[in-house]
Ligand binder design. Structure first.
Ligand code: IPE
Ligand code: IPE
Ligand code: MG
Length: 236
């Protein structure tokens, strides 16, 4: 069970936004003698369970890194398989997201997706708008691309210079607080172009556990670990 300290515990910042780098699907499948694609199918199921677990545990915003701008360079067969998993998830998601009171937002440009996929993404965003729990799915996401796109959008709207505030309002997570905690599965200790702007003061948690093996218990541990951190934000 996710445990938050009581509100009057001094020095704690409520964990309201958690982000996951869902890494390790390919290795998980390979270890089982299965094609990497199988790992992505299982990974998508785990994603659903993890998001629901976090929302039930009182976390308001969940962000997941599903597909990076660099992931397009993988073999076509794997990219196609990931897009298929994504496509079928979108169709399923359209019917049950709203009922679960989840508001979905995609982080990343939608232009490289097939027209029918884009339409589903847009419909899901529109139909779930205003729902209570915020679920951000980073697909075709790159932190650098996000910043460049945001600057270009501001320029196109007439801005001659940008500020931290204007840039924050032009990135994909506009209007949301930065992630308090970023959890990376799969053993790598890096961010791989994830939330470059938003992560400056995020607490980072790395685990060797491969994404498909992530248990509720390990999420509890990450949250507990978060609440033992001293977040100073540059102050003393
Ligand atoms: C993460 O798992 C999912 C995506 C990047 C789409 P990987 O596919 O990177 O799995 P590993 O890291 O190769 O095991
Ligand atoms: C990061 O995983 C991207 C996602 C989980 C979607 P990668 O497997 O692409 O990262 P690297 O290549 O190990 O840095
Ligand atoms: Mg990987």
């Amino acid at each position: 069970m996710i445990i938050h300290p009581t509100e009057n515990t001094p020095g704690t910042n409520k964990l309201s936004h958690i982000a996951f780098i869902m890494d390790g699907n390919g290795r998980w499948a390979t270890m089982r003698g299965m094609p990497r694609e199988y790992g992505h199918t299982i990974g998508a199921k785990v994603f659903r369970r993890v998001a629901e677990y976090c929302f039930r545990g009182g976390i308001d915003i969940v962000t997941v890194y599903a597909f990076s701008t660099e992931n397009w360079s993988r073999p076509k067969r794997e990219v196609d398989a990931i897009m298929n998993v994504f496509g079928s998830y979108l169709k399923m998601g359209l019917t049950d997201m709203a009922k679960d009171d989840i508001c979905v937002r995609f982080l990343g440009e939608k232009t490289p997706f097939a027209p029918e996929t884009r339409e589903l993404m847009e419909r899901l965003e529109t139909e779930s708008l205003g729902n209570r729990y915020k679920l951000n799915i980073a697909v075709n996401y790159g932190g650098r691309a996000e910043i460049v796109n945001a600057v270009n959008r501001l320029i196109a709207s007439g801005a001659r210079e940008v500020s931290e505030e204007s840039l924050s309002s032009a990135i994909y997570t506009a209007g949301q607080p930065d992630p308090d905690l970023i959890v990376r599965c799969g053993g790598e200790v890096r961010l791989s172009n994830f939330l470059m702007w938003q992560s400056v003061y995020s607490e980072l948690y790395f685990t060797d556990t491969l994404w498909p093996d992530l248990t509720d218990n390990e999420i509890d541990k990450a949250v507990e670990n978060y609440y033992h951190r001293k977040r100073r934000f540059g102050k003393v």
